[in-house]
Design a protein around this ligand. Structure first.
Ligand code: HEC
Length: 298
């Protein structure tokens, strides 16, 4: 096997293993990173619903209450939870992977009722009020789902107007929602959980895309490295050795007039070329001496 082929095989094995290892490690890192980024995004969306709640309580409700009293109709736009879910619905339109629920044990609107697994989360928060966040995965019929949950508190006395007893709530609200659900909440009580869910395939896809791109770059860099190494190898080893071998071949066939090999630098190949040149000259002198000795004897 030629030297260059042999070196290339070694390079390919080494670069191949190195690149594969780097891609595999990067895969683990990218997957964790993508999951983190998706959760950060979910957290930001959740924060935006909290901000919307506050905006509704502090600015929209006082404004709309005047209209509401005048018209005697209940405007859900005065309800913090309503504005939060509406804003999230718009967010969901732009980011369809993310879904949101204000899972509540005793909700005003039945669509907010916590399902079994959501009730488990709410109860976990209720049993341990120091717990501020649950991040986990669960199996769904459409695949694994990643979710982020925060507890929902009855944050202020203003909430109790509509969530303590039906007689305190606006009559128009009772007409619309009835007086059976969403009451009896206590100040500071954890009554539910905000839950943002994302299919677990979303971060996996993000990571895979990044990994494919990285793999492409790494292979390109490895190939470029291989080309550069080949170039250096040819210039510093293969070509000088080939010249040496050609010269040795000429001499072995009796041609002692081959030109001196070029000696550049002080590396092993140059030393070899220098020794070779010296050997060739010694051989030449020896041959001449032999020829000289032969002369008179003939
Ligand atoms: C003006 C009356 C009103 C006030 C004040 C109010 N809510 Fe509500 N709340 C409602 C109504 C009505 C709904 C149902 C909205 C819907 O149709 O989604 C609701 C829904 C909710 C929900 C979703 C679960 C459910 O019951 O359907 C949560 C959580 C909630 N409110 C918490 C609060 C908190 C916390 C406050 C205080 C910051 C508050 N609410 C203040 C009337 C009110």
């Amino acid at each position: 096997m030629k030297l260059l082929t042999r070196f290339n095989l070694i390079f390919l094995v080494v670069f191949g293993i190195g690149t594969a290892l780097a891609i595999w490690l990067a895969g683990i890192f990218l997957q964790n990173d993508a999951k983190q980024r998706v959760l950060e995004q979910a957290k930001l969306m959740m924060e935006s619903t909290l901000a919307t709640r506050q905006y509704t309580t502090e600015q929209i409700k006082p404004l709309l209450e005047k209209v509401q009293k005048h018209d005697a109709v209940f405007l859900p736009q005065t309800v913090p939870a309503y504005s939060a879910t509406q804003v999230f619905a718009y967010l969901h339109g732009r980011n369809p992977d993310y879904s949101y629920k204000e899972a509540t044990l005793n909700p005003t609107n039945p669509v907010d009722r916590a399902s079994d697994w959501e009730a488990d989360i709410v109860n976990t928060f209720r049993n341990d009020p120091t717990r501020k966040e649950i991040i986990s995965e669960r199996a769904t019929p459409t695949g694994q789902s990643l979710f982020l949950a925060h507890p929902l508190h009855v944050t202020s006395a203003a909430c109790l107007e509509c969530h303590s007893t039906p007689d305190k709530a606006p009559a128009a609200m009772i007409r619309q929602y009835g007086s059976d659900n969403g009451f009896g909440w206590k100040p500071g009580e954890i009554i539910g959980a905000q839950i943002v869910s994302v299919p677990a395939s979303v971060p996996i896809e993000i990571a895979k895309r990044a990994q494919r791109e990285l793999a492409l770059y790494l292979v390109a860099v490895a190939l470029l490295g291989l080309l550069i190494l080949d170039g250096v190898l040819i210039a510093t080893v293969i070509r000088p050795v080939a010249k040496l071998s050609r010269a040795a071949d000429e001499i072995s066939h009796g041609n002692l007039d081959v030109e001196d090999l070029p000696v550049k630098g002080k590396d092993e190949i140059s030393m070899l070329a220098m020794s070779f040149n010296r050997m060739q000259r010694s051989l030449g002198r020896a041959m001449k001496m032999l020829e000289g000795d032969d002369g008179p004897a003939a």
